[in-house]
Design a protein around this ligand. Structure first.
Ligand code: ADE
Length: 225
């Protein structure tokens, strides 16, 4: 999978993609992340990518031209499955969306800034608008990093034990059960006996019950309750 991220602050997320599992996915050739500085695509001599809004409202608006030039040049090289705009008024991101997006071959992510983006970009280029939650960030960069992380980590082969991605919270609309590691007792705090029992079937059943209990207590909406 190839992800092209268009941003005015590539340095904000560069380090993120050069660490840990995101880095490993790229080293293994399973994901390519390309960061594009939008300012490289303006013809303005001051490299400005924003301007005052028509109609006199407050704040600045991202201009059409640099975004058009950048996206058009990317699309001339290859077909894209989605051109995503990260915006607080987009569709709320969730695990099923991550699962679907992880099947894509090429994706563009456009990070918004300022008051918003000239609406013509949304009308003519954007195929999907995504919000990562009901709060407003200073820009779309962290949202793009969140979405990219969640889709890259479930590409087969990225996480060595594929099972561990499949048993994530939300993969089956359940929160994950508690997990423990050695020592079995620490300061008198004991790991549940069942996990030390060696009874595989009983352990899986205990995990399911725990997952159901936690989901009912913390996220009853996932169970339709
Ligand atoms: N840009 C600013 N806030 C955002 C949010 N909540 N989700 C996606 N993009 C954003």
């Amino acid at each position: 999978m190839r992800i092209d991220i268009i941003t005015i602050f590539p340095e904000m997320i560069e380090g993120f993609f050069n660490c840990s599992i995101m880095k490993r996915a790229q080293t293994k050739g399973l994901a390519e992340i390309h960061l594009h500085n939008l300012r490289d695509w303006t013809t303005d001599k001051h490299r400005r990518v924003d301007d005052y809004p028509f109609g006199g409202t407050a704040g600045m608006v991202m201009k059409v031209e640099p975004v058009d030039r950048c996206i058009t040049s990317l699309k001339a090289e290859r077909d894209y499955d989605e051109v995503i705009f990260l915006t607080p008024d987009g569709e709320q991101f969730n695990q099923p969306m991550a699962n679907t997006l992880s099947l894509a071959t090429n994706v563009i992510m456009l990070c918004g800034h300022f008051k918003g983006i000239d609406y013509r970009i949304r009308e003519h280029f954007i195929t999907k608008e995504i919000s990562i939650g009901d709060y407003v960030l200073t820009g779309g960069e962290l949202a793009a990093a969140v979405v990219a992380d969640s889709i890259v980590r479930i590409i087969p082969g990225v996480i060595s034990d594929e099972q561990s991605a499949l048993s994530d919270s939300f993969q089956d609309n359940l929160l994950a059960p508690p997990v423990y590691t050695r020592p079995a007792e620490y300061k008198g705090w004991r790991v549940p006996d069942i996990l030390l029992s060696g009874h595989e079937a009983k352990i899986r059943d205990w995990e399911l019950q725990q997952a159901l209990e936690r989901t009912r207590a913390l996220r009853p909406d996932l169970l339709g309750e």
